[in-house]
Ligand binder design. Sequence first.
Ligand SMILES: C[S@@+](CC[C@H](N)C(=O)[O-])C[C@H]1O[C@@H](n2cnc3c(N)ncnc32)[C@H](O)[C@@H]1O
Length: 218
Amino acid sequence: MLKKIIRRFKKNPLDEILKKAKEQKSKTFLLPWNRALGDISLGLYYVVNKIKKEIPDSKITFLIREDLKAGFELLGGINYITVSFWRRYVPIDIYHAMKLLNIKESSYDVILKEVDREIVERFYGCGSPIPPLLNGCTVLDLGCGTGRDVFIASKLVGENGYVIGVDMTDEQLSVGRRYVDDVTKKFDFRKQNIDFRLGYIEDLKSLCLEDESVDFVI
Ligand SMILES: C[S@@+](CC[C@H](N)C(=O)[O-])C[C@H]1O[C@@H](n2cnc3c(N)ncnc32)[C@H](O)[C@@H]1O
């Protein structure tokens, strides 16, 4: 508890980095990301938005594990380079990876050795507990809101899978619905695989959701 309170009042290290970057007119950023797929929505959006807010014309490149590609493809306005030999839970060395991939240090104004926990944990949203191996599955997101996890799942289940997002708040769903066409095109799917339904988690039968009809529930 005490640790949590102290963390809330401590400055986010990213603020310091961005303050210096602004002073030095830095534009190009290279950051590693070796966290879980769910952390993309949990913390990565926050990190990218914060950099873009402070330095709108910044160019952000991430070095990532290959299994994070699906999540990163959802992010607009950033680049990523995959590091085939990075594995989850195995500590990474960004400079070692840059050397092997022939990436010059001089190509970037700011290189972050790691995006530490404190930076990411400043985002206080919900997580995305989605496993990556969902190809062809039917996924149900209960309380999907505007559909952030629905869109991630859409990519992961692929064209032959299906994602149903249920929420009782029409305003939330209408935001998500506006993006279904764009996302379908972005993923190169011939047909939509997203279905937002207005209703209550407690009464899925009235949304025509039968028992045993989905593979994975978020
Ligand atoms: C905290 S938001 C989370 C939204 C989304 N999962 C996310 O992480 O961005 C919770 C959502 O659940 C919905 N919700 C809460 N209780 C519900 C219920 N009983 N039936 C349907 N939706 C519900 C709310 O309308 C709200 O959009």
